[in-house]
Design a protein around this ligand. Structure first.
Ligand code: BEZ
Length: 209
């Protein structure tokens, strides 16, 4: 299998953290693609009409997107029921956290693009502030419900929230998301120490790419 991704993409990291947790990472060859909303990459577009990362190309040529679909595919490949719990109540809790983590990543990436990609004279400060407010509200929600995240072990909710927090550290360190959120910070400290997270640090991948 081949994965179109980018060292800085939190959604790409989510897929690779899932792959490591499921012991299938060595079956995936990663192709780093420079992609932005205004500069699609031809190789990615050939496999995904949306031109978005991550996109996983299976050995039979089928392409899977987005990160939710890819992670579910990898979970099935590894036997199923590991990152996507089978029990309906536990599963819904994990899926809700996945949706929240994806939402944090989407808002943070939009704020990042507005800050570094859009021409300076077109930048919209209120847009950036409202994306950051969305992130802050989601983090406060998590701080109040940190027991929903698995204290030990891992599911798709933990993977997604972990990658979202990792992206905030990577691109928005100056915003100090840990302040006022000690429970979430403690959870992330444990999660970030997992080998799957250590193997996918954006700083390290950027250097190696
Ligand atoms: C970034 O540079 O922050 C980034 C790159 C690719 C996808 C998403 C974010």
């Amino acid at each position: 299998m081949r994965l179109h991704s980018h060292p800085a993409s939190p959604f790409g990291r989510k897929v690779m953290v899932a792959a490591h947790e499921l012991d299938v990472a060595d079956r995936i060859a990663v192709d780093w693609r420079p992609v932005t909303p205004v500069a699609p990459n031809a190789a990615v577009v050939a496999d995904n009409p949306l031109g978005k990362l991550p996109t996983l190309v299976l050995d039979d040529g089928r392409a899977l997107f987005d990160s939710r679909v890819i992670c579910e595919y990898l979970d099935d490949l590894a036997g199923g029921g590991r990152l996507f719990p089978r029990d309906p109540g536990v599963r819904m809790r994990a899926l809700r956290l996945q949706a929240l983590g994806d939402g944090i990543m989407e808002a943070a990436v939009l704020a990042r693009y507005e800050t570094v990609l859009r021409p300076e004279e077109l930048r919209w400060q209120a847009w950036i502030e409202h994306q950051k407010l969305k992130v802050a509200r989601a983090l406060d929600w998590l701080e109040e419900r940190v027991e929903e995240l698995p204290a030990e072990g891992v599911d798709i909710g933990a993977v997604t929230v972990g990658c979202a927090l990792g992206y905030l550290d990577f691109r928005f360190g100056a915003d100090r998301w840990r302040e006022g959120r000690p429970r979430l910070a403690a959870w992330y400290e444990r999660f970030a120490a997992r080998p799957s997270m250590a193997a996918t640090r954006p700083h390290d991948l950027e250097k190696a790419a």
